[in-house]
Design a protein around this ligand. Structure first.
Ligand SMILES: *Cc1c(COP(=O)(O)O)cnc(C)c1O
Length: 346
């Protein structure tokens, strides 16, 4: 029956998520998950009824956390669904394009490819910043420009003045989609304040990383009410299961936010520890990182990755030559990583 599928789909290689790649081991640092397994009260009732399309209490809670208005907030099955909604709502297959700047997150390309939308790329500069001149030269037909900051997998922040220049350059032509999946680890770098000035800005957020809820599948898109209303035209009728809204609300309560802030502080300390310990090893380059992961450039990244894999320490190889991305786990996991890598280079 595969031959009945759309040509585009027949040719598609699915996104190789950390989960799909698999592996076996006892140290999992390949998917930027949180090491904290927080517990929640499960009020599993009223499941005979459909959920609200956009649960009001949840929208209000996240809008308040993010410092925007409820009408500027949309919730979906993870930030990944936000990416997909933007592509589906704004890009005419065959005519329009998206633009993104590798090395970066893989789902922009996958979403566009799935819907038959052209992908244009402008690599990041040597400092992993935006190449604004080359972006400007490629903007024809581009409806969405994806910018990830902190960028996955490199970890660095994109310069604010360049983001503003990009917003100016694309005014009335394209939407700049800021992927802020890791912004809770460095909230001062958010572009959320720019929503007031720029109606061509959309911001993706998630509860998968700093809120330790990757398995919940809950994300947000922040944008002008006009963009949100367009996205609401293409979203599924019941995208947020009742238990998901329930747990997300607990995570956004005063106590939930305080716990998340503590855990973020701990992970940021662990990142400092891991970064300094690895930088002390000869031949390694630890890239500056602002999320819950570090990109480390090894003399022989593939070998290191495989050796770690074989010993049950699952890291993430990256498109950056000899680069291996290491998620920040608890302190014991960080110590195990340091120990393993030290021995490998002894
Ligand atoms: C993890 C991640 C996402 C996806 O988040 P979900 O809410 O789990 O779908 C989006 N963008 C980037 C850059 C990520 O690393």
């Amino acid at each position: 029956m595969e031959k009945l599928a759309r040509k585009q789909v027949q040719q598609l290689t699915p996104y190789l998520s950390a989960r799909r790649i698999g592996g076996s081991g006892d140290v999992w640092l390949n998917a930027n998950e949180s090491p904290f397994d927080n517990s929640y009260q499960g009020a599993v009732s009223s499941l005979n009824r459909y959920s609200e399309c956009q649960p009001k209490a949840l929208i209000e809670a996240y809008a308040s956390y993010a410092g925007v208005k409820p009408e500027q907030t949309l919730t979906s099955r993870g930030a990944d669904e936000g990416i997909e909604l933007l592509v589906r709502a704004y890009c005419e297959p065959g005519d329009d394009a998206i633009l993104y700047c590798p090395p970066t997150y893989g789902m922009y390309a996958i979403s566009a490819e799935t819907f038959g939308v052209e992908r244009k790329t402008v690599p990041l500069t040597a400092e992993w910043q935006l190449d604004l001149t080359s972006i400007e030269a490629k903007l024809d037909n581009v409806k969405l420009v994806f910018v990830c900051s902190p960028n996955n997998p490199t970890g660095n922040l994109i310069r604010r003045e360049d983001i503003i220049a990009l917003l100016e350059m694309t005014k009335d032509r394209a939407i700049v989609v800021m992927d802020e999946a890791y912004i809770d680890f460095c909230p001062e770098a958010s572009t959320v304040d720019l929503l007031e000035q720029y109606d061509n800005l959309a911001i993706l957020r998630t509860m998968s990383k700093a809120f330790a809820l990757a398995g919940l599948r809950c994300g947000y898109t922040l944008a002008s009410a006009e963009i949100i209303n367009v996205l609401l035209k293409v979203i599924a009728p019941y995208p947020v299961p009742i238990p998901v809204a329930d747990i997300a609300l607990q995570a956004l309560s005063e106590q939930g936010l305080a716990r998340a802030a503590e855990q973020v502080a701990t992970l940021n300390q662990n990142r400092t520890y891991l970064g300094e310990a690895l930088a002390a090893i000869d031949g390694l380059r630890v890239c500056e990182g602002w999320g819950n992961y570090l990109l480390v450039i090894f003399p022989n990244g593939d070998e290191l990755f495989k050796a770690a894999w074989d010993s049950g320490m699952i890291l993430r190889n990256s498109p950056v030559e000899n680069g291996v991305r290491i998620s920040i786990g608890d302190r014991t996991e960080c110590e195990k990583v340091v120990d393993f890598i030290e021995k490998f280079y002894l």
